[in-house]
Design a protein around this ligand. Structure first.
Ligand SMILES: Cc1cc2nc3c(=O)[nH]c(=O)nc-3n(C[C@H](O)[C@H](O)[C@H](O)COP(=O)(O)OP(=O)(O)OC[C@H]3O[C@@H](n4cnc5c(N)ncnc54)[C@H](O)[C@@H]3O)c2cc1C
Length: 381
């Protein structure tokens, strides 16, 4: 095995594979990605696959919109079908505060070229006929959003990264990072040491431990989220938008002939457990009864649990450590990391190369908490 790399990327989810691809495609030699499990085995393969630019934070709007463009040309550029359905995202709004908040977000999105708009409940129901409009005041809709298949994106980026010369080692865990002063000299792995002066942490929910190996605080907490999949739904519209009841956080989108249904669980506590349980079902049933009662008759045919990688302000950590030379990180996406994979790969490539990225991500530095400058994202599920 070649025991040297110019840059070691830790984590083979959407972030790590996108970063490895963008670096290798830019001509960086000796890029090495290390994944302790299978590619995509972390949060990425558990994601609902939603892709959108409808955020409240300007940076997230731009990262989302840039990624939507990349998902749109993925087949052509990366040569992989990712099952992209541009069916839109529909946020259902039931309180005056939610409406006021989304009015502001939509204005900000439109100013950045995102074609979102507020619509009335009747139009929302035409778009998403499974909903009931009782108590609904308005909805926010953007036709450019949609969903696609997370594993396909990971495998597409991984194959393209290898074609450009990157090496990818699966079943290889990073167990330590060696430093001399503030300079990185090597990573320790289950296959032995690899000398390098640059590490990029894309370790998702496990990033805090990876940061600690280098002496960098990455405030990321794991939080279990569950998804249920239903039996086929008769006469399901092929272009059903990703539909989100913002008040309850219930969401659903088409998954083959059935539906994928998810919701947050306020009783969940931080931790790495990913086994499924039914304690969230009574709350899910209550939300369905209120907003989409016909779905209560559907049989649950499957489901899974995965981890959100949550930061204190529910926004990403992207940047380069100030205390350690050449330790970069892209993590803490707090539930919207799949959709930012393409754009963040580009940004991290540029940070590595010392180029100016298409968007200034300085406000997403992990130092913002020490500086008491949080950057909350509010349009989250
Ligand atoms: C139920 C659910 C639904 C979601 N839905 C959406 C959605 O609709 N849209 C959206 O944008 N996002 C969604 N997300 C969030 C999304 O899945 C994550 O934000 C995203 O996948 C993070 O990608 P990542 O590459 O940073 O992390 P991961 O995919 O978790 O990859 C990190 C990898 O690092 C590896 N690793 C960790 N430590 C080490 C080590 N020491 N050595 C080697 N490898 C290591 C892990 O094995 C893992 O494979 C959802 C998440 C869940 C759980």
């Amino acid at each position: 095995m070649n025991t040297h790399a110019s840059v070691v990327v830790i984590g083979g989810g959407v972030m790590g594979t996108s970063i490895a691809y963008h670096l290798a495609a830019a001509g960086v030699r000796d890029v090495l990605l290390l994944e302790r499990d299978e590619l995509g085995a972390g949060s990425t393969s558990k994601a609902a696959g939603g892709v959108r630019a409808q955020f409240s934070d300007e940076l997230n709007i731009q990262l989302g919109a840039r990624s939507l463009e990349a998902f749109g040309r993925f087949g052509e550029e990366i040569g992989h079908d990712i099952g992209l359905h541009r069916v839109g995202y529909l946020f259902l709004l039931s309180t005056p505060q939610e409406v006021a908040h989304f009015e502001t977000s939509v204005r900000r999105q439109n100013a950045l070229g995102v074609p979102s708009r507020l619509i009335d409940p009747a139009e929302a129901q035409r778009l998403s006929p499974l909903i009931r409009t009782d108590g609904l005041l308005a909805a926010a809709y953007s036709p450019d959003d949609g969903h696609c298949t997370p594993e396909a994106v990971v495998h597409g980026y991984a194959a393209a990264a290898r074609q450009c010369g990157a090496r990818i080692l699966r079943h290889t865990a990073v167990t330590g990072i060696e430093r001399q002063g503030d300079a990185i000299t090597a990573v320790r792995t289950t296959l032995g040491p690899i000398s390098t002066d640059t590490v990029i942490c894309a370790a998702g929910a496990w990033s805090r431990a990876v940061g600690a190996m280098a002496g960098v605080d990455l405030p990321v907490e794991p939080l279990r989220r569950q998804i249920a999949v239903t039996e086929p739904v008769p006469a399901l519209p092929p272009d059903l938008p990703m539909t989100i009841d913002f008040t309850s956080s219930l969401y659903f989108h088409r998954e083959g002939p059935g539906l994928l249904v998810g919701m947050s669980d306020p009783d969940e506590r931080p931790g790495f457990a990913t086994d499924t349980h039914d304690r969230w079902i009574p709350r899910l049933a209550a939300a369905l009864e209120h907003r989409a009662p016909t779905l209560l008759d559907l049989r649950r045919t499957g489901g899974w649990a995965g981890l959100y990688e949550v930061t204190p302000d529910h926004n990403a950590l992207i940047g380069e450590a100030s205390s350690v030379s050449r330790f970069l990180y892209a993590t803490g996406f707090s539930g919207h990391g799949f959709l930012q994979g393409p754009a963040v790969g580009e940004v991290v490539r540029d940070l590595y190369l010392g180029r100016v990225p298409f968007v200034d991500v300085t406000p997403l530095s992990a130092d913002r908490f020490a500086d008491d400058a949080p950057r909350p994202e509010v349009n989250r599920v």
